[in-house]
Ligand binder design. Structure first.
Ligand SMILES: *Cc1c(COP(=O)(O)O)cnc(C)c1O
Length: 440
């Protein structure tokens, strides 16, 4: 019998998600997880957005199994391999060409934060400037360079060295109705404002960890125009919001942006395999060989599953339309919850299938996610005070599972805020399904 004792004894205190979901997970398929006792859970966290195509997606799994079966290469530094060539071809044909994008691809170390480090380095190298404009509530990773662009004090406080080379500016709607691009413009125009001329502006289109703030298309366009006017590079960190999460492959498509540099990771492999890249405007590719490196830039298993994901989901507009439709349904249901539970719930945020439900009281948000977990729903919080419940279910989730998870959440809200409202009548989710039953 496996127990969780070993984690208390041997694993560092730094673990965090495990504290919110104290059980021993053993098996997963699509939007479902099972623990060692065979209890079923719905996954509305999806590896913090790393499992957009669900756990063990059958198309990706088959491609990977075939590759392994044929003794395909696993690790290759940055050698040219067949799997890597296929990935680049799929990226060019399925992602770049239809969108009129002309990027070169930098394979960085396999974490998101390493892709951000690479983006910052190349922007600084090309421009000869140091400062980078980043935004309130932004999250870009926890290695020192990326951490300097990350707002969260909990992460920043432990850096151990001064974090510098960045200037924080207010994100869209941070100051209510004030157009914060006007503020940025003013700060950059004034030679005595104290803000050094920046190499780049770095931002998320929807802030995942920062509380599901979504920048408006108008604000983004003003920001891009401001960057172009002043010769500032525009870097979009699409590590969480990319790969379809907001309803298009890149999160900046509805705004029609053409960023100079884009970082991708999380759901890029589609299978939960570590993989990160930096897309760089061809003219900016001024790297000398090996200037930024990393041992694990050649994760061929990730190349194989990433290629399968592009081939299967992104050749036609169907998948994007499905995400938009489910995203609308999600928004409608969340808005109904806000209406029902005002003033405890304040608003719905985000875009596509990346939404947040803002609570007036962070403690109540914690209570609701804990209750939902008790009923078999895995869902996390984000935002400055963890006051926002974050909906990040696999994009491939079925309509029935989507509603099932939302029903559990709504029941948890009823339980927390209004014991008198009659419960929705539905069978308990945590019926015992043995892991052996799952198939596959
Ligand atoms: C998760 C995330 C990162 C960091 O990625 P890691 O793989 O955790 O290093 C950077 N930027 C954004 C927007 C993210 O969501």
């Amino acid at each position: 019998m496996i127990t969780r004792e070993i984690f208390h004894e041997l694993e560092s205190n730094v673990q965090s998600y495990a504290r919110s979901f104290p059980c021993l997970f053993e098996k997963a398929l699509g939007a479902e997880l099972w623990d060692a006792d065979g209890r079923r859970y719905l996954d509305f966290l999806a590896g913090a957005g790393s499992l957009n195509y669900g756990h063990n997606n059958p198309f990706l799994k088959q491609a990977l199994l075939t590759h392994i079966e044929q003794d395909g290469i696993t690790h290759s530094l940055d050698f040219h391999t067949a799997a890597k060539a296929r990935f680049l071809e799929a990226l060019r044909e399925i992602v770049f060409q239809p969108r009129g994008l002309d990027y070169v691809v930098q394979f960085t170390g396999p974490t998101g934060t390493n892709a951000v480090e690479a983006a910052l380095k190349i922007a600084r190298k090309v421009s000869g400037r140091t400062n980078v404009i980043c935004f309130t509530n932004g999250f870009h990773g926890v290695s020192t360079g990326a951490l300097a662009a990350t707002g969260n004090r909990h992460h920043r406080n432990v850096s151990g060295v001064p974090l510098y080379g960045t200037t924080v500016m207010p994100y869209d709607r941070y100051l209510g109705d004030v157009d914060t691009t006007d503020f940025l413009d003013r700060m950059l125009s004034d030679a005595s404002s104290g803000v050094d001329e920046p190499a780049a502006v770095l931002l998320e289109i929807v802030q995942g960890e920062g509380g599901l703030n979504a920048a408006s298309d108008a604000w983004l366009n003003k920001l891009q125009a401001l960057c172009r006017e002043r010769g500032i590079l525009l870097i979009v960190d699409d590590i969480q919001a990319g790969c379809g999460r907001t309803g298009s492959f890149f999160s900046f498509e509805s705004a029609g942006l053409k960023p100079d540099i884009v970082t991708l990771s999380k759901s890029l492999s589609g299978y939960g395999l570590p993989f990160a890249i930096c897309l760089i405007n061809r003219a900016l590719d001024q790297w000398e060989p090996g200037e930024h490196n990393g041992t694990f830039r050649g994760n061929n298993h990730a190349f194989v599953t990433a290629t399968a994901a592009l081939e299967h989901y992104w050749r036609t507009p169907d998948f994007a339309q499905d995400i938009q439709r489910k995203g609308e349904h999600l928004a409608i249901r969340l808005k109904a919850m806000v209406k029902r539970f005002l003033p405890h719930l304040l608003e719905v945020r985000g875009r596509g299938m990346m939404r947040g439900l803002r609570f007036a009281d962070p403690k109540r948000a914690a209570a609701v996610t804990a209750k939902a977990f008790g009923q078999g729903l895995i869902i996390e919080r984000s935002g400055p005070e963890d006051e926002i419940i974050k909906f990040l279910m696999p994009l491939t989730i079925s309509n029935a599972e989507l509603d099932e998870g939302l029903d559990i959440l709504e029941d948890a809200l009823v339980d927390e805020f209004d014991q008198n409202i009659e419960r929705l009548s539905r069978p308990p989710l945590r019926e015992l399904v043995t892991a052996a039953n799952i198939g596959g």
